[in-house]
Structure formats: C-alpha cells, structure tokens
Design a protein around this ligand. Structure first.
Ligand code: PEP
Ligand code: MN
Length: 297
C-alpha cells in the first residue's frame, strides 16, 4: 500500500546522488566535511562561561575539530533548563576565540535565525524540527552550513526530503546527522539506526554524521556506537562531553567525561585507519585524510 505521508526517491532532485555524481564537501573554516573526518564535541547545553570554556579547551586538546552547545534548547518539560539564548551564543563565541573551534548550535525559531547566524558557523536543525518546513526553508535561505538531524519518527526519505527543501531554497551546504529513531525499545533512549549511514551514501551525495549520545541516551554505549558509526562509513560524529557531567543541566546520563572522550578518540584513530584500509567510500574512491584524521593542534 502506498504510504501517503512519505515522499518518493524520484522527487529528490537536488539531494540525489544521481543529480551530482560527486560527493558534497561542506567547508567550515578549514574543515572539509565529507573529506576530513569531523569530530564535534561539547556539552548538551551552554550553561555558563566557565563550563563552556573549560569543556571547549578540553575537547580541543583531546582532538575535537568542532564545538557544540545548545543556547536554545528543545525541552520536553517547560520546567527544565531552556537554554541561555543570546547570552549562550555570546559564550559560544568566546569559546571559539579561546580555542579556534568552529561552532555548531541549534536554531529553533525563524525569529532567531539572524542572531544565530551572527555567532554560529553551522546552524543545527534539531530532530524535533526536521519537519518544521517554515523553519527549515528559512534556514535554506541563509548562506550558513546546516546540520540537519533526522527526526525521531522520520523515514530516511522524509529526512532527505527535508534536505531537499533546504537545497531548494538555495543552500547546498547540508550535513545530515543520524541521531536515533523511536522504536519499541526502552532500554536505550532511541534506537541508533546505523544502517542509515550506508543507505544515505547509496542515495545521496551529502555528508552524513552520527550522534551516538542522543542515539543511545547512555554514556556507556557511546564509545561502541561511535566506533560502529565509523565502520559504517560516517563522515563524522557528534558527541556530548562536559567537564563534569554530574553537574550538567541537560542530558547528563549520555554525556562523556573528558577521560571517556580521550579513550574514545584513541580508538577512533585506530578504527579510522582500519576503515581507510577497506576503502569503503567507493563513490570517489577517496580515502579520509591519513591516520591522524583528527588535527592534533
Ligand atoms: C541536541 O543535539 O542538542 C539535540 C537536542 O538533539 P536532537 O535534536 O537530536 O534531540
Ligand atoms: Mn542533548
């Protein structure tokens, strides 16, 4: 039976691999997302200057090449921490000045797009807003790279359909992010659909990264799923790290300590070497850049 809510692959003109034949490379400062492995790390939320700067310095020292942190937070409860808004954006800017790491942060409302563009290098569209078509189209009219998270109840084609909307508005700098989908499983927060990584690569020229923190909701599972994501061919990872997760105002159960992040990075380097030796990426037959895919400085 036809699924009336869905979209067919033939409608995806701009996103489809067949439309371009060459992989999209998204440039953020000196990073070439799609060629260089991108390791985004940082806290769930920007809480205060000390928390953000300390965490940013730590993740930079350990090998991250982009910094995350939410200033506008989509929270299930109205009584939970909602984010610092513009103050949070200013703290993110300071963290960039301190570390040089480019910033990715979520924009939830069309009214905030201009201000978020002023402070961020990449605009994140969250899972809950993947199908907020007025928001994503407005983001498609900016010239900022976009990180488009997969909606937790969305199919692969619906996700690609949202990317098509953004590209159709003129913005072709789209990075996809798999962050887990809702299933009947309750042990994990979501079910991380790693099969979407090679599936996206079959269908589209856009880079795809994985967020194992939201995908599992459990810090003990983040390392294994990160390594699995690299094995699946992901172009990068987004991992929640806090200098002291017990104090985190959001998502503490899935947030790594700097020590856990360090151990992860060491294993990622080895995994990437192995994956490069398989030459998984047959589209351009292009290997990711060397053993030290994560810049050391
Ligand atoms: C986040 O990355 O901060 C976030 C809220 O993630 P998601 O939209 O995937 O739930
Ligand atoms: Mn979070």
């Amino acid at each position: 039976m036809k699924n009336l809510n869905s979209i067919s692959y033939t409608e995806l003109e701009l996103v489809a691999l067949s439309s371009k034949k060459k992989k999209t490379v998204v440039n953020v400062d000196n990073l070439r997302i799609g060629i260089d492995f991108i390791l985004i790390a940082g806290p769930c939320s920007v809480e205060n200057e000390k928390q953000m700067i300390l965490t940013a310095q730590k993740v930079k020292e350990l090998g991250a090449n982009m910094l995350r942190g939410g200033a506008y937070k989509p929270r299930t409860s109205p009584y939970s921490f909602q984010g610092l808004g513009v103050e949070g954006l200013k703290i993110l800017k300071k963290a960039k000045e301190e570390t040089g790491l480019p910033i990715v942060t979520e924009v939830m409302d069309t009214r905030d797009i201009d201000i978020v563009c002023k402070y961020a290098d990449v605009l994140q569209l969250g899972a809950r807003n993947m199908q907020n078509y007025s928001l994503i189209k407005e983001v498609g009219r900016t010239n900022k790279p976009v990180l488009l998270k997969r909606g937790m109840s969305c199919t692969l084609l619906e996700w690609l359909g949202s990317a098509e909307h953004i590209m159709n508005e003129g913005n072709s700098q789209v990075i996809l992010c798999e962050r887990g989908i809702s299933t009947f499983e309750t042990y994990t927060r979501y079910t991380l659909d790693l099969s979407s990584v090679p599936a996206v690569k079959e269908l589209s020229h856009l880079p795809v990264i994985v967020d194992p923190s939201h995908g599992t909701g459990r810090v003990n599972l983040v390392e294994s799923m990160s390594l699995a994501a690299v094995a699946a061919g992901a172009d990068g990872l987004m991992v929640e790290v806090h200098y002291h997760p017990d104090d985190a105002l959001s998502d503490k159960d899935q947030t790594m300590t700097p020590g856990q992040f360090k151990a992860l990075v060491e294993k990622l380097r080895k995994m990437n070497t192995l994956v490069n030796s398989f030459e998984l990426d047959k589209i351009e037959n292009k290997k990711k850049q060397g053993v030290d895919f994560i810049p050391k400085n």
